[in-house]
Design a protein around this ligand. Structure first.
Ligand SMILES: *Cc1c(COP(=O)(O)O)cnc(C)c1O
Length: 345
């Protein structure tokens, strides 16, 4: 598929590494039925550019190129108080000489603190121009439009980026990832049986689904929900994948069976730590020295571990875990991840 007709900025000057996780796989297998588990590999999208990068880096390559083409001087986006997406959008803005403003949704009441660490600290360090805090459940699109209107009244031009950078243009980032992975598997001579990915605002999961369909990659994808169970998440991913497929002009209908979602690992609430997340973060850190984050990748890996223990994967099945980043928020939850601060079950 030819992506070269879409404007794109480049924020990662290399292909993210694809690595086996032998110690992690052995430790996991020891806890699975009959001591048999999957052979787990990882794609290090936590090493993407705009350090410390993550999946938002890939989406922003296309979104920021579009903002620049439209003559914008300010990026406007939204997220939670520890939003990786906001921090990486700000990093892209700084790199491009643009200003950046956020609307922060306090999904957990009282969770926004001016002096917070993690991503919030980096908002300050990288010099965000303004932050508007709104209560959970607010109309985020309307709140961002207000910011854009205010800029327009000053003769400036804002470019609104949807939450998580998940729209058709942002999803192209994960079509590009699908193509990168396809080439990489060919070059390494590695076959993968399944991909496990996080599923939140759905640009990553949906973009990958569209990219796999468009490139005839027949590897099943499992999306682990970070904020919704399948009944709510699957339609969102389907809609995103279809929007990306339409933008690409693939002329195909994404079918419900193309989108597999798994729930049960994000509870009690988006971003609130749980015991399975803590186990997953500690296990990967102590077997492979790779940090996961508490809000997303820790819960996504908990999903992979849980599926392995239920016998969802065939013994020896090669499962690729897509590490989508999130490092800074680990520092906002140090006590929980080290087991010093109690967490939910
Ligand atoms: C945003 C994010 C996700 C979820 O990706 P979506 O495209 O929003 O579904 C997963 N992991 C990390 C670290 C993220 O920041």
């Amino acid at each position: 598929m030819d992506l070269s007709r879409f404007p794109r900025r480049r924020y990662t000057p290399f292909v993210t590494p694809l690595e086996p996780l032998p110690h992690f796989s052995a430790a996991l297998a020891a806890t699975c039925p009959d001591g048999q588990g999957p052979e787990v590999w990882i794609k290090r999208d936590d090493m993407l550019g705009l350090f410390p990068g993550g999946n938002k880096t890939r989406k922003l390559e296309f979104l920021v190129a579009d903002a620049l083409a439209q003559g914008a001087d300010t990026l406007i986006t939204c997220g939670a108080p520890q939003s990786n997406h906001c921090r990486i959008t700000l990093a892209a803005a700084v790199k491009e000489g643009l200003k950046c403003r956020f609307v922060i949704e306090e999904r957990v009441p009282g969770s926004f603190h001016e002096d917070a660490s993690g991503n919030h600290f980096m908002f300050r360090l990288f010099g965000v121009e303004a932050i508007t805090v709104v209560p959970g459940g607010s109309n985020m699109a309307a709140a961002m439009q207000l910011v854009a209107d205010e800029l327009a009244s000053q003769g400036r031009k804002g470019y609104i980026i949807a939450g998580g950078g998940s729209n058709a243009i942002g999803g192209l980032g994960y079509v590009a990832c699908a193509q990168e992975l396809q080439q990489q598997l060919f070059e390494h001579g590695v076959q993968i049986d399944r991909v496990v990915v996080g599923s939140g605002s759905s640009g990553t999961h949906g973009g990958l689904v569209a990219g796999f369909l468009g490139n005839h990659i027949h590897i099943p994808i499992v999306g682990i929900g970070v904020s919704r169970d399948p009944a709510d998440q699957q339609p969102l991913v389907l809609k995103e994948a279809q929007a990306v497929a339409d933008l690409l002009g693939l002329g195909l209908t994404v079918k419900p069976e193309d989108v597999t979602c798994v729930g049960g690992y994000w509870q009690p609430k988006y971003s609130v730590p749980n015991a399975k997340m803590v186990e997953a973060v500690q296990l990967l850190a102590r077997t492979e020295a790779i940090p996961l984050d508490p809000v997303y990748t820790g819960k996504i890996m908990a999903g992979l571990i849980g599926l392995a223990r239920q016998g969802f994967f065939r013994p020896g099945e090669r499962v690729l875990f897509l590490h989508t980043g999130g490092l800074p928020s680990l520092h906002a939850y140090e006590g929980e991840v080290l087991g010093r601060t109690p967490v939910a079950d």
